[in-house]
Design a protein around this ligand. Structure first.
Ligand code: SAM
Length: 249
């Protein structure tokens, strides 16, 4: 008997249409800028930054204010988010398209490529990582913020709102919380000719976030051993790291 495969959707990102945190940057963006400032990049020169999966452009907004001479290019799959970014963020160029499409942009183009909060949507991390390596210049850097597992397991998460449950299955599954292990990612990167080295920087939020009763997919913090851990309505802990990848000259 032929099994009907259920659709896997990603619906939650439309909340960025209502969110306006341009002037209140996320702690993760500040953490990223601290990492970027440690690099020997000359941000006074016209370096190119690619912000892949840029959403409504909040990260690009923060970056262009931090590095006004940089040329920043933002890409996102949702045209409505790109339209919003274009209206709200000046001096950044925005484009609609998928980071899974190698032809989204050109080979060897960016000094810094970013993928913030996007990788966990995909069941396969390799396509996005291969593309980022392809689009980044020799000696360029890639920063990926995602959930990475310290333990040797890759975890594939699909969820469905309870209201969508039908007989024996939901109407569709949603994605966004896949966790790849640091071990799997490291093995993959060690096999890449263009990669010089890479490092994971674990990231913990400092401010407390309250549960949002209108949207349980928004994360909130719980306290554990003086650290704040992020969790959401999927009941899974979100352990974030920035993966820094440096390419060879
Ligand atoms: C959690 S949001 C992060 C947005 C932004 N980077 C930030 O940190 O504020 C994930 C973003 O990835 C985008 N996205 C999902 N699949 C994508 C794809 N295949 N190509 C490009 N963007 C994608 C979504 O539309 C959404 O804006």
């Amino acid at each position: 008997m032929k099994k009907n495969k259920l659709k896997i959707l990603r619906l939650h990102d439309k909340f960025y249409l209502k969110e306006n945190r341009y002037k209140k940057p996320k702690e993760s963006f500040k953490f990223l800028v601290r990492l970027l400032k440690k690099l020997k990049l000359n941000f006074k020169n016209e370096i190119r930054i690619g912000d892949f999966g840029c959403g409504n452009g909040e990260s690009s907004y923060y970056l262009i204010n931090q590095f006004p001479k940089a040329n920043i290019y933002g890409f996102d799959i949702l045209p409505e988010l790109i339209n919003k970014a274009k209206k709200n963020v000046k001096n950044v160029k925005f484009f609609t398209g998928s980071v899974l499409d190698k032809n989204l942009t050109e080979y060897n183009t960016y000094d810094v490529s970013l993928l913030i909060g996007v990788l966990a949507i995909f069941d396969d991390f390799e396509t996005a990582l291969n593309n980022l390596i392809y689009w980044t210049k020799p000696n360029g850097k890639i920063y990926i913020l995602s959930f990475f597992n310290n333990y040797p397991f890759d975890v594939n998460i699909k969820f469905s709102k309870s209201k969508n449950w039908q007989v024996k299955k939901p109407k569709f599954w949603e994605s966004g919380y896949n966790v790849f292990s640091k071990q799997t990612i490291s093995k993959f990167l060690k096999g890449k000719k263009r990669v010089k080295d890479f490092k994971f920087y674990d990231f913990f939020i400092k401010k407390s976030l309250k549960m949002n009763h209108k949207d349980y997919l928004r994360s909130w913090t719980i306290n554990s051993n003086k650290k704040k851990l992020l969790i959401n309505g999927t009941n899974l802990l979100h352990t974030f790291s920035f993966l820094e990848i440096k390419l060879k000259r």
